[in-house]
Ligand binder design. Structure first.
Ligand SMILES: Cc1cc2nc3c(=O)[nH]c(=O)nc-3n(C[C@H](O)[C@H](O)[C@H](O)COP(=O)(O)OP(=O)(O)OC[C@H]3O[C@@H](n4cnc5c(N)ncnc54)[C@H](O)[C@@H]3O)c2cc1C
Length: 585
């Protein structure tokens, strides 16, 4: 559907010009996290004129901060949310097919310490009563995983669960705590670049239908019954006249409604932090699998290999101001303690934490004392302001975004008097389109792209892993552009795995407005723990060249990116290099 022969999508300038000439759209989506982005693509596919806006970049809120599991939600069996587990396992299986470039099977091990532990508290939780489970025994885990396999039977592509007992348990995990008696192994999935897949949904939507428009970095300023008003970062105002408003603002939903003139109390968010830790001993023992384990305080934590390091998560703490949510030192220490509990003999210090991130779950408002008891299911809540229906998208999981988008799109289509034309269940996303699924197809793709990469097969493999099949367009761009006769296939000084032409491609064709958009979302540079001052400076120069930034602009982009890296992600940076920030025009 979004092949290169379709007309190019509207650029930012064209979008602003179109809205200036005619502010009417059928649907306005406020908030471009995964819920907004999924809906945007779905409505665009049905040919609906739709505008999506975000005050930050696309996919920069909670959707950039998950545990990165595309999962059925084993723990939701405990809270009796069977419908959610059934939907989540089905959506997991669909995403493995539709986004194979970024969603991969994840072998998961669950340690248990006893045969009978956890039975009574599990029954209590299933009955929606508060109960702490600090030991999920073999029997209760076996029951849960049998149910999990049953729910995950539709479109299954991964094996069923298995159980390992006795000495074998510690053979591959010699440093795991000695009192673990059994390991259950089952399969879920993980998404390597959630931020990128979120962006690809926006891109697919824009390419699908000329009436589908997307603007990042714009601020909602008000609504008067006729129009909804916005301002861009240069202070330029513009208005939109929608028929339906969808509030996909995640943890900001009530704040957005207030700006529209509506008082609501839909959201009771909890923040969750994650760490990317440089822990080679643990990473090697994990051998590609995740360990999903209970902690002595009754919570569940996870650890799995992620881009050469390990990813550890997550906390679950009430949060009222999503703009201030960062993973603080207490959360970092809590998660490191959880890792020490599982691997008591491995030394692990705060200095090994290369990156941290935090996001606020847009959960429904609840009086539950234990945030873990609040439902992770989704809901559409309708309010009205002036003559507009305002649909707020509450809750939801990354995993289930497509199903949620389908429900909301169907609701909106009825209001617009239209019918669904395209089913998204089997539709590939972004670089997952035409993905080479068997060895022969992969070989053919790699051979073609290797040629574009001056014969460098390793480079073709990297492009396929990073961009999926869109990697071919990246390779073509790198092969084509040369500056002063110098090919832009050369590696960056600060990041040898990236090429100059690649950064140029992302800046020109992927709706980049700021340096931070590239470092933190379009590319997994920060996430892989590779961010340092040299990277920021070199990327600023390349982005500036592609986007025509002045020296002053480049300097302020560097300052902003450094601030985000240090304040929000706990990255230690050497002092700024003043020569790269000179105020030249
Ligand atoms: C710690 C944590 C771990 C999680 N782990 C998983 C997991 O492993 N698997 C899984 O399936 N799910 C997971 N989730 C759940 C999932 O990530 C979220 O439910 C989902 O990302 C919510 O998406 P959203 O689009 O509703 O919200 P968001 O992604 O927060 O998007 C809301 C958007 O609205 C924008 N916005 C706010 N105010 C305005 C305004 N005034 N004008 C315009 N735009 C505005 C924000 O900038 C933001 O981009 C996790 C969530 C968290 C926080």
């Amino acid at each position: 559907m979004t092949d290169t022969s379709s007309p190019p999508p509207l650029t930012r300038q064209q979008t602003l010009a179109r809205l200036g000439a005619d502010p009417s759209v059928s649907v306005l989506i406020i908030g471009a996290g995964i819920n907004g982005a999924g809906l945007f693509r779905d409505l665009a596919l049905q040919g609906v004129d739709v505008l999506i806006v975000d005050k930050q970049d696309f996919c920069a809120g909670a959707s950039a901060a998950p545990s990165r599991l595309i999962h059925g939600g084993l723990k939701y069996l405990e809270t009796g949310e069977l419908r959610l587990v059934a939907q989540s396992t089905r959506e997991r299986n669909l995403l493995l097919r539709n986004a194979p470039h970024v969603v991969h099977p994840l072998r998961t091990a669950m340690p248990t310490h006893s045969w009978f532990g956890g039975i009574w508290p599990s029954i209590q939780r299933f009955l929606q009563r508060p109960a702490k489970i600090d030991d999920r025994g073999i029997l209760i885990s076996e029951l849960g995983l049998t149910l999990y396999d049953f729910f995950g039977r539709h479109f299954r592509s991964m094996p069923r669960h298995s159980l390992t007992l006795g000495r074998k348990v510690h053979q591959s995990l010699p440093d795991m705590r000695g009192d673990v008696r059994a390991l259950h192994t089952y399969y879920d999935a993980a998404i390597s670049q959630a931020e990128r897949l979120g962006y690809e949904l926006i891109d697919d939507g824009c390419r699908t239908h000329r009436g589908a428009m997307a603007l990042n970095h714009v601020t909602l300023t008000g609504a008067d019954g006729e129009v909804v008003s916005f301002e861009d970062e240069e202070g330029n105002a513009f208005t939109v006249r929608p028929q339906v408003i969808v509030n996909a603002g995640g943890a900001w939903i009530d704040e957005i409604n207030r700006t529209l003139g509506l008082e609501t109390r839909h959201i009771g968010g909890t923040k969750g932090g994650h760490l990317i830790v440089d822990a080679p001993v643990i990473r090697d023992q994990l051998d590609g699998r995740m360990i999903y384990f209970g902690t002595p305080d009754g919570r569940i934590c996870l650890i799995y290999p992620f881009m050469d390091h390990v990813l550890v998560g997550a906390t679950d703490i009430r949060c009222t101001d999503p703009d201030q949510a960062v993973c603080d030192d207490d959360e970092r220490d809590y998660m490191l303690e959880a890792v020490r509990y599982l691997f008591p003999d491995v030394t692990i210090d705060p200095e090994q934490v290369r990156y941290r991130y935090s996001g606020v779950r847009p959960l429904p408002r609840s009086e539950a004392l234990d945030p873990g008891q609040i439902s992770r299911d989704h809901a559409i809540v309708e309010d009205r302001i002036h003559d507009w229906p305002v649909l707020s998208l509450i809750g939801g999981k990354w995993t289930t975004f497509r199903g949620f988008a389908e429900e909301v799109a169907d609701n909106v289509l009825v209001r617009l008097g239209r019918r669904r034309e395209i089913d998204t269940r089997q539709l590939a996303i972004g670089g997952g389109r035409d993905y080479p699924r068997d060895a022969a197809a992969r070989e053919a793709w790699l051979a073609r792209v290797t040629e574009l990469c001056d014969g460098d097969r390793g480079r073709a493999i990297t492009l396929l892993a990073r961009y999926g099949t869109r990697g071919e367009a990246v390779a073509r761009h790198c092969a084509r552009i040369a500056v002063d006769g110098i090919s832009r296939q050369c590696p960056l000084d600060s990041l040898v795995d990236y090429r100059e032409g690649e950064i140029d491609f992302v800046c020109r064709f992927e709706r980049v407005e700021h340096l931070a958009d590239v470092l933190f979302r379009r590319l997994p540079i920060a996430l892989s723990g590779e961010l340092d001052s040299a990277v920021i400076d070199e990327l600023a120069t390349l982005c500036g060249a592609a986007l025509g930034w002045s020296g002053a602009r480049r300097g302020s982009e560097i300052d902003q990116a450094r601030d985000v890296a240090m304040r929000a992600h706990g990255v230690s940076l050497t002092p700024a290099d003043s020569s790269s920030q000179e105020n030249s025009p």
